[in-house]
Design a protein around this ligand. Sequence first.
Ligand code: UDP
Ligand code: MG
Length: 323
Amino acid sequence: MRGNTLYIVVPCYNEEEVLPETARRLGDKLRALMAAGKIGPRSRALFVNDGSKDRTWEVVTKLHREDPLLCGVDLSRNRGHQNALLAGLMTAKDKADMVISMDADLQDDVDAADAMVDKYLAGADIVYGVRSSRKTDTFFKRTTAEAFYRMMDLLGAETVFNHADYRLMSRRALEGLSQFKEVNLFLRGIVPMIGYPCDTVEYQRGERFAGQSKYPLKKMVAFALEGVTSLSVKPLRMITGLGFLVFLASLVMIAYNVVRFATGNTVAGWASLACSVWFIGGLILLSLGVIGEYLGKLYLESKGRPRYLIGQVLDGEDESGRD
Ligand code: UDP
Ligand code: MG
């Protein structure tokens, strides 16, 4: 029988408004699951402060003082959602048998955790939270998010449809994850690569409880590009295909011009010439850009910089700080 210590990891960036409510619900959830005998007494909720500019860490410290089930990790600076999540998962890995990751804003239905734990106890190593509808999302968020999943698919990045970062992972799966050393982290793409038995749990995604989205359009686009370039080399192949097509077109063009020359009606057409110069020039620049994107990734990966640095851990064990 596998162990049953559960950690719930929550990355937080400027979440002072929602944290008290999130903490209350997670505390209640942990106690309910403990009372039901599904999880062990050493289970905890772990808040990762991702270099927030507001009072998030003060709130976490206060919550920890009031309720020992609530713990915290403070990162040295803002490292972004994915890195903050990884920091939490790697911290929890050594203490827990299973770890659930969820957003701080209560959009992920806390009650779905029961089903996740059940599926873990039934033998699954990874349980994906899949949202059953997007009714509560704004029209803009819904269309951009769906376009995101479609584009990912088209460009060869395989992900679980309508699954964000609400999922349960067993210790074994986390050990697997820790062996993926990439600096350009896109967890949704990497987790399915781990393998092991997996399962899904459906849930209704709610609205943000309070505060504002930390993913403006600019960050979403960056996140999508990150996903594609870190999971697939299909864009590079597309460039090759494009180059081939343009080459074919130029062959046709040459043949056409030869025929015109032979029949003696050559026209000095600078317009078509100018157009093709711009067209081909644009294609070349675009292609160079895509290649440059991969080159840039390679450059960053080759440095192998740390993905996060931990400033302080509040878990009731070692609170001396590790800085
Ligand atoms: N987040 C983070 N670091 C960042 C940005 C976001 O840890 O730099 C966290 C944020 O606190 C939240 C989660 O990532 O718990 C998802 O962010 P948000 O809810 O704003 O995204 P949305 O649901 O709007 O896509
Ligand atoms: Mg959210």
